[in-house]
Design a binder for this molecule. Structure first.
Ligand code: THU
Length: 129
């Protein structure tokens, strides 16, 4: 399933506005294109008990999977604080779990536009049982 990556990034940008990040003040939004073609969004949600924080990417992926999706084909990530906001290691592993037959595409943005890379650029030799 392919998505319009400009639309996916617009959704990630929109989702970053919902970020709850009073501690880091680093807002992140993510939008995933799921197997059905539907888009799910998420934002980072921090907590006074810092370890309870969830990243935007996992928030979006868990929303998709909990709604019955089986795989993810693309993930767009946006932060107003940083060009090319890359996924953390934990989120890379979670993305990898839900990769289907084709590699997940990971979309970030800088001032000149979108950058489209593959899952294996971010997580070579991924682990999956
Ligand atoms: N964060 C994300 O939401 N996604 C990432 O891939 C990197 C980090 C969040 C977690 C935390 O709320 C803030 O950014 C600073 O680490």
């Amino acid at each position: 399933m392919t998505c319009d990556y400009n639309l996916l990034m617009d959704k990630a940008r929109e989702a970053s506005k919902m970020s709850y990040s009073p501690f880091s003040k680093f807002a992140v939004g993510a939008a995933v294109c799921a197997g059905s073609g539907k888009i799910y969004t998420g934002c980072n949600i921090e907590n006074s008990s810092f370890g309870m924080t969830i990243c935007a990417e996992r928030c979006a992926i868990f929303k998709a999977i909990s709604e019955g999706e089986k795989e993810i084909s693309a993930v767009a990530i946006f932060s107003p604080n940083e060009d090319d906001c890359y996924p953390c290691g934990a989120c890379r592993q979670v993305m990898y779990e839900f990769q289907g037959e084709n590699e997940i595409e990971i979309i970030t943005a800088d001032k000149s536009g979108l950058n489209i890379r593959k899952m294996s650029d971010f997580l070579p030799f991924g682990f999956k049982i």
